[in-house]
Design a protein around this ligand. Structure first.
Ligand code: MN
Length: 242
């Protein structure tokens, strides 16, 4: 039976070399047999711009392109870490950039794909930050800097964010019932697949009397993981330890 795979929150970066091996094995293994691979955000731990010719990033894009070359449809969605991925990067990976959210028809089941950060509606400070860094003005100013200067800006933003995170409760950084219900209602009560919260689970929601399934993808910190969906439904699979 044809199937599609979903991953998110790999946070690939040169300092985590074990996970990159798990990822490359995944691309040559289960992903190579799939009809499509959807990366729902935070493939990379950071993305400074498509003009960053970092060899580690290039090796990831090459591996993805190989997969696409085998006829696997490849989709990339921005996460909160790698939202600066642009057309050039997507092209190098042989991938299609996907809007967040995107509603797809998945083997007969309407399925809403999101990264998941916009579901955390209690985190008002983060949502303000998100709006700022996604504005064309901010991005123009950012891309006008050298790669080294951009790295400093990101490091600064990150230490601010980490300091703030310590003051936030676990609940504030999770998807909220209101955020989830709004997304489901606005898209006609689909199945929902998202990542970001690093709380892998299958949930059931009843919204306006309609039953909706929600899958939360796992991060790739301790081991790899993917969700496989076919006409019979979805199931999560763990990969080797990183
Ligand atoms: Mn994220």
């Amino acid at each position: 039976m044809p199937y599609s795979l979903f991953v998110s929150d790999l946070h690939l970066c040169p300092t985590r070399s074990a996970i990159i091996r798990v990822f490359f094995d995944f691309l040559r293994g289960p992903a190579a047999q799939a009809e499509a691979l959807y990366v729902l955000g935070d493939l990379f731990d950071y993305w400074m711009g498509d003009d960053d010719d970092d060899p580690f990033n290039a090796s990831v894009l090459t591996a993805l392109r190989e997969l696409a070359g085998r006829g696997v449809a490849l989709y990339l969605m921005h996460g909160n870490r790698d939202f600066l991925i642009g057309k050039v990067c997507a092209e190098k990976a042989g991938a299609n950039l996907m809007q967040d959210p995107t509603l797809i028809e998945l083997y007969g089941t309407p399925t809403l794909l999101m990264h998941g950060d916009t579901l955390c509606t209690d985190d008002v400070r983060y949502l303000e930050f998100r709006a700022k860094v996604r504005s064309p003005t901010w991005q123009q100013q950012f891309f006008a800097q050298s790669i080294a200067a951009r790295k400093q800006i990101v490091a600064g933003l990150r230490s601010e964010n980490n300091a703030e995170k310590k003051l936030k409760t676990e609940e504030i950084m999770d998807a909220t019932p209101a955020g989830i219900e709004t997304a489901l209602r606005e898209h006609g009560y689909p199945r929902l697949i998202h990542g970001h919260t690093h709380r892998p689970a299958r949930h059931e929601h009843v919204v306006d009397g309609r039953h909706c399934e929600r899958w939360v993808l796992a991060d790739w910190y301790t081991n790899g993981s993917y969700l496989a969906c076919d006409g019979g439904g979805c199931r999560a699979t763990k990969l080797a330890a990183a």
